[in-house]
Design a protein around this ligand. Sequence first.
Ligand code: ADP
Ligand code: MG
Length: 562
Amino acid sequence: MSLRNLPWLVLGAVVLMLVAAFPLVASGYHLALGISYLYFTVLATAWALFSGPTRYISLATVAFFGIGAYTVAVVGEVLPWGLVLVVAALVGVVVALIVGLSTLRLSGIYFVIFTFGLAELIRQLVTWYEVNVHGSVGRYIFVEISRNAIYWQLLVLVLLVFAGGWLINRSRLGLALRVIGEDETVARHAGIDTTLAKLTLFAVSAAFMTVTGAIMAPRWTYIDPTIAFNPMLSFQVVIMALLGGAGSLFGPLLGVVPLVILFDVLSAYFPNYFSILLGLVFILIVYGLPQGVVGLVQKHWPRALKLQAGTVPVAARAAQPRSLLSVDRLRKTFGGLVAVDDLSFRVEPGEIVGLIGPNGSGKTTVLNMISGALAPNAGHVRFKGRDISGASPFKIARLGVARTFQLVRVLPTMSVAENVLASLSHRAHPLWGADAERAAQALLERVGLGDKAAMFADQLTYIDQKRLELARALALEPDLLLLDEWLAGLNPTELGEGIALIRSLQDSGLTVILVEHVMDAIRSLCGRCIVMNAGRKIADGPPDVVLSDREVVSAYLGEADA
Ligand code: ADP
Ligand code: MG
């Protein structure tokens, strides 16, 4: 901690003391308002911990909040208060894991609707239980906790949620979540266990929400499911977080400050129109300020990022006795279409193998099955002697298979350096901190992006985006690299550079499968090439031989632009 931070620390401590002393001087109304500020700050910040980076908009906030309140109603009188909060957090985590496992496969609007439905479902279940088992809809809460104590407990929770968010933002997990938000497919192929990352954060976020509900419960002396599970709360939280900016730790707080007052006024003066007004505010914010206030500021004030210079540690590659990759009788169908049919081939260590064929002949589908993006319908993929058929992309990536995409995929609103850190930090032997930064800089220099580390990836030219994709693939320290038309769309100079770059990879021991339409590149790079047509292999051999084969020529001539 440097001396430069001292004034901020002192200021923070003073503000914190003032906030903590507030209940001692506040009137009843102002204390209630203070409590609202604190609990919405926790809820909106916790919501943004998960939804900010991943961009999964959850409307399940009230489900967890209500579960917390009910935990107090049920066990509040029999357990000591501290234990009640722990039980609430645990119940929240368990429900979050169950919900997460069943919903986090969904994305976009389906996820939003499902989480909304989930909150309703839980309300219905609780209502059913209360009526049929407990015998009455509502419960009285006889836990004696003063309003001051509620305020202070919430304040501690605010500090915890900020501390937690601060730690997560600086961790590999935080980076992983942002990569997921940018492009989940890329995340998987960068070695990120996306399910685990999402579940972890969903559960952490839910724990904060549940504990908030538990702390707030004694404020009501009586609760029933319509009070505890009021869906309006979920919407309010989303609006607050989005207004401030869900992408940064203190963004939601910026939204909480004006909106707690606004919602308070609206519900006091226009109780009958509250939901409609809430909807209007929601739409205004989503369309007017999609990145929130913080996003607005960052757009005019982009952050700079400096990496340390470094070299790539090159691992000595032991000679491998058997084929690096063997593909046996692979088959993939889409509905009635057979995209890959009974395909077998082997790739030996150190080779550059061309995989060519007319458009639609199944090349990308083969790469997808090797890298785990698609599971084969039949057949096997073996890599370093292990059967990886149908394994998750992140596992295959960590084993040492890296890929690029036919349509270039960078993480657009992350920096060039972070694009590379994504896989550096999640490969089999992950790097983090200064080591990772050095390695990232070295990789960027290797592909010719040494001076662009701090740029956002979507500011790069097309060729530079392709270079970046390659750097991200190389960051996995792969043994096998799958390039899907990586040279397509380059001008003659760039093509020459690209070919030289791929050759330099082979020189450092990498094995490459090159899907390519540029025949000059195939001739100059590949020792061997495999030709596909309509999902089947029609030739396998040295480029010169294969490219003059009658069947190959006619397969290509069948295509207008071949
Ligand atoms: P190539 O890369 O050789 O151009 P692809 O592997 O992309 O060929 O496609 C092979 C065939 O499979 C094409 O007919 C394509 O339309 C079809 N195909 C590829 N991916 C899918 C998918 N996800 N769903 C349905 N059909 C697909
Ligand atoms: Mg393709």
